[in-house]
Design a binder for this molecule. Sequence first.
Ligand code: ATP
Length: 318
Amino acid sequence: MTEAWGPDDDDDQQRRGASGPVRVRVPAKVNLHLGVGPLRRDGYHELNTVYHAISIYDELTARRGDTLTLTMEGEGTGELALDDTNLAIRAARALAGYAGVPPHVRLHLRKQIPLAGGLAGGSADAAAALVACDALWGTGLSRDELAGIAADLGSDVPFLIYGGTALGTGRGEAVSPVLARANSWHWVVAIADGGLSTPAAYAELDRLREAGAAGPPLGSTDGLLAALRQRDPRVLAASLGNDLQDAALAMRPSLAGTLKAGEAAGALASIVSGSGPTCVFLAANADDADRIAAELATAGVCRQARTAHGPVPGARIG
Ligand code: ATP
């Protein structure tokens, strides 16, 4: 995939490595279209998805150190292990192994993306760690090389290296940019209490499909891609879709009330984000987004309602 957001920081400095701290900001993702195909022999489902990066961010700071350590503040602090199960640590180790350098770095995460929320927060942190450590260690890899390492860490990780809006195929790791008209879409993001497990949501979808209780699978992404080329949010609203939504609703029936509340507040469309339980609403403009977020917050249908815009770039220094 080619660079969609302009050149990186100074290449020479990247090759030398940074002496001071490297701070990377990485966005959350939503799926504007999440088409789930059959289960593959490797245990993954074949996906046909359109990723979209939105302006809710985790921030990762990488400093020179003698070992590999991680500290954390914000969303998920206390729930999330700071050991080799953490995707930020796994990403740092993967890059060190690929580049043949010692995995020595002190990482600090400031998380705003909710845990297991369907916004790919863990994948975002992995993408941020790849970009931050690459700059700190001066390994100087291209975005495409980083995305290659990212694919082994998780299906959503390559997209978060690039950001923007992109088509995802395979198990979601094969990404190509969507040439959408320069536009900013306005979203409201309703964050729920607690998370939902992504593997459990896929298993529930398989169960619903076997029982004939799932809705018809989404078709191609053509309609959505055409809608993205226009500037009209009403056209985009009619094209959003998520095959995992039935599964998320079966696992967390209260989400139906959240989706309804957003529509009642004037959202043009409401959708579960990825495997949920976060719900996302498309607003006609920024003012409407503010108003819908305020109404959702007072309706008591979510833990927190935030506004966001997209598309935004993926993991970036600064
Ligand atoms: P997706 O939309 O990609 O399915 P999600 O938003 O539902 O992801 P994440 O927050 O990415 O969920 O986390 C999924 C799981 O990954 C968590 O429950 C946790 O066990 C594990 N994990 C490992 N490292 C991290 C991290 N740095 N941040 C969040 N989760 C992490």
